[in-house]
Design a binder for this molecule. Sequence first.
Ligand SMILES: Cc1cc2nc3c(=O)[nH]c(=O)nc-3n(C[C@H](O)[C@H](O)[C@H](O)COP(=O)(O)O)c2cc1C
Length: 201
Amino acid sequence: MTEPQDAIPDTDPFALFAEWFALAEAAELNDPNAMALATATPDGCPSVRMVLLKGQDADGFVFYTNAESRKGQEIADNPHAALLFHWKSLRRQIRVEGVLEEVTREEADAYFASRGRASQLGSAASDQSRPLEDRQVYLDRVAALEHALGDAPVPRPPHWTGFRLAPARMEFWQDRTARLHERRQFTRLADGSWTSTLLYP
Ligand SMILES: Cc1cc2nc3c(=O)[nH]c(=O)nc-3n(C[C@H](O)[C@H](O)[C@H](O)COP(=O)(O)O)c2cc1C
């Protein structure tokens, strides 16, 4: 079968993301919304970890976490970040780069309230990224919080929040025959519109 000469269209990158994400949701075994989040200290030392995409629209890509974690501290000191999706079964990758902004309190409250109670308790009891002398200490903290709350709702800790990455650049990569892969990079212009170019693979 002959491949199309130019398979990644020069179109709205958010619409293209939505199209590829829908394919990933149908194809991936689990966590199609998993993405690597790269942050860096102000002097440029990078760190990367996986997080889950919990919202995406023309304003950007949203994930939730603990703002007192290592990533949270790096974001507070340097809001520039990058995301990477790699869908192995589709042999596709999307890179996103831009600046992070904390979501509103209402958004964080709404998302926290939508989580299962066990997840709420687990995140509320976690000093994410801080040393833990024994795993049992964490399990005891979860149990103590559960006991203290009884049937009351789990309050969202103020440091448990979300961040939205507003993309300045997005790149779509697709595996092609004989490793003649295809890349299209979209760059946001000052007026908010996008320009795109193919890149050598
Ligand atoms: C597939 C996957 C999804 C994850 N999703 C999240 C998430 O949405 N939020 C989060 O805080 N941590 C998530 N984690 C855990 C992070 O990778 C990481 O261990 C944690 O956030 C602490 O990172 P930090 O010390 O760099 O702040 C996920 C891990 C995996 C493997």
